[in-house]
Structure formats: C-alpha cells, structure tokens
Design a protein around this ligand. Sequence first.
Ligand code: NAD
Length: 320
Amino acid sequence: MRYVVTGSAGFIGRHVCTALLAEGHEVVGVDAYTDYYDPVRKRANTAWLSSRDRFTPVERDLVTEPVDDLIEGCAALIHLAGQPGVRLSWADGFDTYVDRNVNASQRLLEAARRTRVPRLVLASSSSVYGQAPASPCREDTPLRPRSPYAVTKRACEDLAGVYRALGLDVVALRYFTVYGPRQRPDMAVRRMCEAVEGGPAFELYGAGHHVRDFTHVDDAVDATVRAMRGPTSEVLNVGGGESAAMVDVLDRLGQLAGRPVPVVRGVAQRGDVDRTGADTAALRRLGWSPQTPLNAGLASELAWVRARDQGLVALAGRAS
Ligand code: NAD
C-alpha cells in the first residue's frame, strides 16, 4: 500500500508516518517546512524518516504547488499539514491561516476528487466547538469557534462536506490537545517539560483553571490509522479521555520530575476556551480506545525532553 501524508515533518505527521512504515507500507511524506516553528526540527524529522525503508520525502507547498502527481494511485491520503495554534491567528496572522488551512485543504480536496483518492483523512481540531455549553462534546454539538484558527478549521470541515457530497470519501478528525514525545515547541506540556528541566519558566496564561482533554500522540496515531481504514464516517472526535486543568498538569509534572515546574504568570489569551472534552463513542465503534493514561503520557514526554537534552535522542530516534 502507498499512503500519502501531508505535514509529515510535523509533530503528528512524523508519528503517523513512523506507524505506517512500521506496518510495512510505502509512505510519501509532503511538507513545506514552514516557519511556524524552527524548520530545522522539521527537517530532522524528515531526515530520520528518510533513513527508513520505503519513505519518500517531497518538499512542496500545498498552497501553490501541484499535488495530483503525488496522490494519484495512493491507498489513502492523510492531510495533517496546516498552520496550528490559536495565538498567531489574530490580526495580520489570519491570512497565513486562511492560506495554509483553508486554501491548501481546498486544493487537496479538489485534487483528491480529480484523482479518485479512495479516502482522505483531514486534521480538524477540538477548537471548532469553542466555548461549548456542556462537556463532553459529541460530534453533533453545535460549532461555535472562538478564534480565527478555529474558524479556518471549521471552514476545512465545511469544504470536506462539499466534496463529500460530490462523492469523495473524506473524514475530519477533531484532535483534542495531542501531546507526547516531539510535541510542538509552542504547546503547553512541552514548555512545562522544558521549564522543569532548566529551560525558561513556564508562562501560565490566566489562572490556569482551563481544562483540556489530553490525547497521547500514540492514541492520536491509532485513531488516525483506524479512521483511514474503518467504515466511512464524516467527523470523529479524537480525545484521550483524561481531562485536567493546567494547574493540575503542572502539579503532575512537578511530581514526576521531583521538583516544581518554574512558572511565571501571564495574561489569559484571547480565543482560549474554559474546557474541552471529547465524547469518543463514534471513534470507539472503530475499535479504538485510549491506551495511555495522562501520567504515563506526561512521563513519556518528560523522558524525551531529558533524552534530547542529554544528546540521546539521535540514538533513541526509533522510540517515539
Ligand atoms: P505541526 O506544525 O507540527 O505540523 C504541521 C506541518 O505542516 C508542519 O511540518 C508544516 O511545515 C506543514 N505545513 C504547513 N503548511 C504547509 C503547506 N502549505 N504545505 C506543506 N506543508 C505545510 O502541527 P501538528 O501539531 O503536528 O498538527 C498537525 C495537524 O493537526 C494540524 O493541521 C493542526 O492544526 C491539527 N491539530 C493539532 C493538534 C495538536 O494538539 N497537535 C490539535 C488539533 C488539531
């Protein structure tokens, strides 16, 4: 089987590619190495994947460059490329989000229909729910995005619906706060791990009482692969099932590290919602259930940060 993964040099993308390669498949990984965070880290992911058999890296910008030749004849297309994060999506930042999320996805959906891709899995986000009146959210909970980023993800889902009506088999995955080894450097758990290991103090936005449904990356990968192979569905929540407030996560990490995480207080951020929570009944019908409890998952990310700081990650590259 040949699979195409966009955003292959990113956090979730690298893990998805690794899992597909481990199953013995051929993987074409597409990435543009955007500067949302240091592209050097992304190129290191590609270098590692390229050292495996059956991985073909392709540097291409989905906003501007053709893609038909890449996806024609593939068994499935997993579209993870995009501009993540809420904070930069305000003001002048919005154009980039529209380009990298909405325009890139529309071009890919169009190409997937043209070339008859059997299944397209598209990365959406829990942020489309916004400030939901109740938690956990089912997939049919009304969407009320609270940030420009979330608006672009909702637009991607709407576009998926448009192309689904034209016959394309496309499923959108609403990922809930994915964490674990190699997490994006802007995300909270990564910044906490680095703070407790001697990096800059963790900036806690507001009082830290906002609650997130945390999903370990191994569980997110399992969900992604099942969504790629399972019966047709339109939208699936991907949530790890263990919710915790930021202050609780700080406490847990402090206990795991054996010392408190250094914290500086910052202001509450626009677009941050009080709580996210996933009802995962639909995903569980595909045989999925989360396997990584929060404490074990936090320990895995802390261990990765420590190994990286000790220069061991290159040696330990095979481990997630
Ligand atoms: P990431 O930034 O690590 O990976 C995204 C990759 O896409 C990057 O390597 C980037 O270079 C690439 N990319 C961006 N624009 C591109 C373009 N125009 N052409 C080709 N490549 C491009 O992010 P991630 O955390 O791995 O997230 C993957 C996807 O999942 C994103 O769409 C994100 O919005 C979504 N998501 C992630 C989370 C999470 O918790 N990590 C939660 C909800 C949704």
